[in-house]
Write a new protein. Sequence first.
Lengths: 341, 341
Amino acid sequence: MTTLAGRASSPTLDEVAELAGVSRATVSRVVNGSPKVRPEARRAVEAAVAELRYVPNRMARSLVTRRTDTIALVLSESDTQVFSDPFFARVVRELSAALADTEMNLVLLAARGEREQEKVGRYVRQGHVDGVILMSLHSQDTLPRILAEAQVPLVLSGRPLDGHPVCYVDADNAGGARAATAHLLVAGRRRVATVTGPRDMIGGIDRYAGYRTALRDAGVAEDPALVAEGDFTEAGGAAAMTALLERAPDLDAVFVASDPMEVGALRVLRASGRSVPGDVAVVGFDDAPVAATSDPPLTTVAQPLGEMTSLMTELLLRQVEGDDEVRVRVCPTRLVVRESA
Amino acid sequence: MTTLAGRASSPTLDEVAELAGVSRATVSRVVNGSPKVRPEARRAVEAAVAELRYVPNRMARSLVTRRTDTIALVLSESDTQVFSDPFFARVVRELSAALADTEMNLVLLAARGEREQEKVGRYVRQGHVDGVILMSLHSQDTLPRILAEAQVPLVLSGRPLDGHPVCYVDADNAGGARAATAHLLVAGRRRVATVTGPRDMIGGIDRYAGYRTALRDAGVAEDPALVAEGDFTEAGGAAAMTALLERAPDLDAVFVASDPMEVGALRVLRASGRSVPGDVAVVGFDDAPVAATSDPPLTTVAQPLGEMTSLMTELLLRQVEGDDEVRVRVCPTRLVVRESA
DNA sequence: TCCGGTCGTGAGAGCGCTTTCACGGCGACA
DNA sequence: TGTCGCCGTGAAAGCGCTCTCACGACCGGA
């Protein structure tokens, strides 16, 4: 080394202790807010901390406390999907809010594909985080297994596909879908189609099940021609709607399993010369922001996302605190009637 | 504790060493790929590692190496904005790709508002990451200062607003905007308006400057009525376009400083009964995925995002390795001519 | 006056790892 | 056969912190 520039190594507990004229232990107590410190000593330490701009080294602290005070939100989804669906945006926002006045930090990890998921698994096993919230699971995902093996506190968003006992928070997807479909049927629609979510995701499966239940309740026979699978994206919704129109041009209503898909479906519907809700009534799912501003404003099923994320946070933090109980929460959904149906 | 359940504490180096019949040091060498280990010993260690499912404790390692092998992408933007602009999606994807075959991990930190930015600052100062890439800066942001003071390796995406010497990678925003505007002028348009980006972001400023340069080059006088500020969102673009149409109904072209805004502008234009590009020619910026699929396909300015993110990664990793040189890279932009202009 | 009990404090062990240093064994060379 | 140097290895120090434990000072009650 020719120059001594480099990064100034940050001050340590010992340096603060020396400056304050107390022992390391006392500084540690002050930093961690222990009450058993004389006000006088406390002031001395605080002054020293301020003067040296001391910040505790987390690695050292974590090494002994076994805590990192950070939790990971891992999205088993491609970046593209994560960033295009406003659903994730809301979840992240609510999650940050829920953690805002905690000392917990939130990191985002998007991992689609086995290779990335292994990397995430390694990251977690190495002890970077105290717990993880796992979203957007597909049936072939290895993540739940990897994380379960890592024995790290875990909360799923959405019921696990394999029924494995694990903490999760879910919306009443089936109930919401059933209500949405029933709403269509009650209005007198008889050729009620559906654009489902992916069949490998619990949300897709449950919403489809709800649709079927509503039909059965109303004594309406199912027609395979009225079912098309989407992938929760706008483009996927458009494609599914196109297929639907081709197979069943006489459909008079559609239950679309997510709002982004509904936007795509609406576009296709309009392009085909059909009016909404005149010719075809449409109900979506999620109550995304776009639903209210769309033309026409969309009737949709709202999930209590705020409540769900704070429940997830709560369940996770409980586990972090050592609670090993497997807890499950299912939140009610609510039909928001606007003008598309 | 009534039960002994709890989380099984993961195996340590010593346990592996004991099982393999070697010393801790040798295990460490094997784990870290040191060549100075007899093949025989190496095999014994590898077997022990596999048997115990040993994973090194990162906190312990980081404590001595002073490295965490993770870098943060911090977005000085609200979650909503981050998740709605496909620009960020691409950056994240490219960044993950660039780091895929490194042992580096990427964490995302979105922080808008002073409180959150302080939290991020603390996170970084505590030593959670080896470096940070900072994006989407607004002029009032405290983040650059906080991070500079933390003395952590830092690369900005976009030229810093205050001209402070710091590593950054930027696109030639002014050049791109100038080319876009010139394209409009060359086509014979004379009332060329612009929807700018936010005036507190370098991208917004530079693209506006490029627009003005093109006008000046062509000897066309500027008209304040032809300038409206947007916020890089679709809604913002729509609002700005509405204002523009009101103030200057005779405009015959618009340079819109981002593709999401362009989508909004297009909608307003069409709603006003104008055809694109017939009545009004439109050029955007970013070459977002939507640009190619939009109707009509959008003429836009493409930035070499892949190149830019790998440059950012490269500059950052260099700093992490100890290189203190302040390096700057500016990447050329390219006009992609489609049908909107 | 003496004893038991607080209370604030400091010494020190130890978290799991990397890395320096010293040492023993061995082949090469004279 | 003796010496040098190299190579693989282990002992041990130490990264910055927390936390137990012991200790001295001090106070109130017997």
